[in-house]
Design a protein around this ligand. Structure first.
Ligand SMILES: C[S@@+](CC[C@H](N)C(=O)[O-])C[C@H]1O[C@@H](n2cnc3c(N)ncnc32)[C@H](O)[C@@H]1O
Length: 429
């Protein structure tokens, strides 16, 4: 258990018992100090705000995570936690320290993306899902579908992914239908994804699972539970930033729980539009206990259970074209600068209209095109890829372009990517 906490970066500080005692004393002394008699001056508050903005900007440029889309109160709380851990007394000091110690930026990113999760989180939500998911599977099988695709957005260390996998496996058995299926788990936290892929979990953490599931889907090694190989084979984990990366498509079920709570209203709406786009016409959307649709996104879904935050895509509702932002490349440490000047609202509007016009023209007139990163992960698709791209079946594979095309084209695609990367002439088939 302690090892899991350390590996997932959940511990504020790791040390020997004696050193921890000393550290606690120092922290308690700091708490006992009388509060500053005066409220912070206007200039101190401005400095703190600027330091926050500078830190947000620096985290974005160094780790690629656009923290500007996250709620300010959450960011401040987490930044102040990191500030205390590093013995800084203000965000201004922390921003200066980040310039000398770039690892601090990693710690700030981690502090915002550390995800508390659990098995069968909110059991009543899964009870409602079981009913709707069973009907969905039955309808898909009756319609002759060959596959089921599930996506857990912000999956943290994988408990939600495997819970969905166990539920699906059980329902398929109950219904006596055999469909090929897979669950995709995505997150921005690499350590959490690593933990998820391992399929190893502390026995105590899984006590909320029905005993029958624990017996059937796990083997025991001491106090560690190991997910059964057949179930793990169906669960793929990959890094994906729901704010910046192309959404995965043709999903039967998307669970996006306890991710939207961190985001600003406009970013929440944008994510919900993307998830609407990701779902099949009658696909299900599962949100977290304290996550609701806004007036702007309410029209995209119909309620399956408002109490359990379970929704179904309205196929007749059209979300505006996706406003994909170019991913900011993670850079090596650069000096801390104040945040760049904000665009005026009118500039935003114009940029948005320009973007929509371009999207419209590309969708209508460009040949099917995929933008890839250097590792071959699709970042953006223009036009329809129906019949060209496919969901990879089988064991855990990277979601790179060669794995996403028909086996007959894999070699050609690999070759084309290789030539593009090594600077050879543009490649044509
Ligand atoms: C509180 S956890 C939720 C875990 C799980 N969904 C649940 O409800 O138990 C939130 C997760 O969202 C992830 N997250 C935060 N921002 C994200 C983003 N932009 N894209 C993808 N995942 C993100 C965090 O890394 C974290 O693992």
């Amino acid at each position: 258990m302690p090892q899991t906490i350390i590996e997932r970066g959940l511990a504020d500080h790791v040390d020997t018992a004696v050193a921890l005692g000393r550290r606690l004393r120092t922290l308690l002394q700091a708490v006992d100090k009388p509060a500053t008699p005066q409220a912070p001056s206007d200039s101190a508050m401005t400095d703190e705000r600027q330091a926050m903005a500078a830190l947000v900007h620096r985290v974005a440029t160094s780790t690629g995570l656009e923290l500007g889309q996250y709620q300010e109160a959450t960011l401040r709380r987490q930044f102040e936690r990191v500030m205390r851990q590093h013995g800084a007394t203000s965000l201004v000091q922390l921003a200066a320290e980040a310039e000398r110690t770039p690892e601090l930026l990693q710690a700030l990113q981690q502090s915002v993306t550390i995800g508390v999760t659990e098995w069968l989180r909110n059991p009543s939500a899964f009870a409602a899902l079981r009913v709707a998911w069973r009907d969905h599977i039955r309808a898909r099988a009756a319609a002759g579908a060959a596959t089921l695709r599930l996506w857990s957005v912000g999956c943290s260390s994988g408990e939600e992914v495997y819970t969905l996998a166990m539920l699906t496996d059980e329902l398929l058995g109950e219904l006596g239908v055999s469909l090929d299926w897979m669950v995709l788990g995505t997150d921005v936290n690499a350590a959490a994804l690593e933990q998820a892929r391992s399929g190893l979990f502390d026995e105590d953490s899984a006590s909320a699972l029905p005993a029958a599931w624990r017996e059937r889907y796990f083997s025991r090694i001491g106090h560690t539970l190991r997910l059964q190989q057949e179930l793990r084979r169906r669960c793929i984990f990959t890094r994906h930033d729901v704010l910046q990366d192309l959404p995965f498509l043709r999903m039967d079920l998307v669970a996006c729980r306890n991710v939207l709570i961190y985001l600003k209203g406009s970013a929440k709406d944008e994510v919900l539009r993307r998830l609407h786009h990701a779902l099949l016409p009658d696909g299900l959307l599962m949100l977290g206990r304290s996550e609701a649709l806004s007036a702007r996104t309410r029209t995209l879904f119909t309620a399956v259970s408002t109490q359990e935050h379970l929704w179904r895509k309205r196929p007749d509702a059209h979300a505006p074209p996706l406003a994909m932002r170019a991913r900011r490349p993670a850079a090596k440490a650069t000096p801390v600068h104040p945040a760049p000047p904000q665009l005026r609202p009118v500039d935003h509007l114009e940029a948005d209209l320009r973007e929509r016009l371009l999207q419209h023209l590309l969708q209508r007139h460009a040949p099917p095109t995929v933008l890839l990163d250097r590792d071959g992960h699709p970042l953006h698709v223009v036009g329809s890829m129906d019949g060209l791209m496919r969901w990879p079946a089988g064991a855990t594979v990277a979601l790179t372009m060669p794995n996403l095309v028909d086996a007959a084209w894999q070699r050609d695609v690999q070759l084309a990517m290789h030539r593009l990367l090594d600077g050879s002439d543009a490649w044509r088939r």
